[in-house]
Design a protein around this ligand. Structure first.
Ligand code: XMP
Length: 327
């Protein structure tokens, strides 16, 4: 298999020159492996799948078919950015599936966190497999597997979601052009491939997306409050030089309401919780302490601009005992 294991003596990719050498080497390997056949890729817009897409576009052009499934739980502007970068700029063969209604209908009234996760994961495979079945002549499936995935699955820490759990009738040979890279190397390679900084240096984002930040049964209005408040938080972190410095930051809108007052009238709305954390291994997490000015500014913007929010709270709990995400 191509790129099976990271060579022991492989130099860490830290410079544009080393990234360029890796890109050239992988393009040659991809052309050799794929020949004139077609490759399918689930393009989430995350850094790993984006770098895989950019490498394959360089290597085999429109033999790559990218499928971007919008499950309705993405952050503000994400599906638009995938279309802009890959379809408009890189001229990728991109199938965009807006499956928002399908996911949200299935999730309606579901409160149990694990059930929500299973519905989101299962439906994702379903939508992706449906798109794949419509295509002719696909022989390869590209994946953004990275080296820590292999190490963790070998150590029994987490199962590497190989081939994404596709149904048995769909057998593809795997193409994994970043398999031997560590995350920081994927970013250096992505930058060299010309991907935008906010894609290359983006913070981790869970597969079930904003679904786990809208605790309990997801409703469209509360989900919108999560999406809008998250966008404000990201914008303010970027403006205040915290983007790329703080490991992960997001908002949560829990399913309860409290009394407030606005323009002399009573309100009964949700709180918005802000969580900003730092870590190296995500097993232990510390909280980022924000400046008083930034706290005041965030509270102001969120209560003014996000419909349905009348209170802003800050989660200052480390992990353990709290996990990063709420579900
Ligand atoms: P927890 O909540 O377990 O989160 O402390 C640790 C890190 O993992 C991310 N996370 C996920 N990532 N799929 C993912 O790809 C998931 O289902 C998932 N759940 C949590 C979380 O954002 C944090 O960075």
């Amino acid at each position: 298999m191509v790129n099976e294991r990271r060579p022991d003596d492989m130099k860490r990719i830290t410079t544009p020159e080393l990234a360029k050498a890796y890109i050239d080497e992988q393009i040659a390997l991809l052309r050799e492996q794929v020949g004139d056949k077609k490759v399918l890729l689930a393009l989430s817009g995350g850094v790993d799948s984006s770098v895989v897409a950019a490498l394959l576009i360089k290597a085999v052009g429109d033999q790559l078919v990218c499928v971007h499934v919008n499950h309705g739980l993405l952050r503000k502007g994400e599906p638009e950015q995938v279309i802009e970068v890959f379809q408009n700029q890189m001229k990728a063969n991109l199938i965009y599936v807006d499956a928002t209604d399908r996911f949200l209908d299935k999730l309606a009234g579901v409160t149990d966190p694990e059930t929500k996760r299973k519905i989101i994961g299962g439906e994702f495979i379903e939508v992706f497999a449906e798109e794949a079945r419509k295509l002719d002549g696909i022989e390869f499936l590209a994946q953004g597997t990275i080296w820590p995935d292999i190490l963790e699955s070998e150590a029994g820490i987490k199962a590497h979601h190989n081939a994404g759990g596709l149904p048995d009738d769909m057998k593809f040979e795997l193409v994994e052009p970043v398999r031997i890279l560590f995350k920081d190397e994927v970013r250096v390679v992505g930058k060299e491939l010309g991907l935008p900084d906010n894609m290359v240096f983006r913070q981790p984002f869970p597969g079930p997306g904003l679904g786990v930040r809208c605790p309990g049964a997801i409703t469209r209005d509360r989900l919108e409050a999560v999406r809008e408040s998250d966008a404000i938080l990201r914008e303010e972190f970027a403006k205040n030089g915290l983007e790329g410095k703080v490991w992960q930051y997001f908002t949560v809108v829990p399913d309860f309401k409290s009394t407030g007052v606005k323009d002399g009238k009573r309100t009964f709305d949700w709180p918005c919780i802000i969580r900003a954390i730092n870590t190296t291994d995500v097993m232990e997490v510390t909280v980022e302490h924000l400046s008083n000015e930034l706290i005041d500014h965030l509270v102001n913007r969120i209560i003014k601009e996000v419909p349905g929010i009348n209170r802003v709270l800050f989660d200052y709990t480390p992990k353990p005992p709290a996990t990063v995400e709420y579900e």
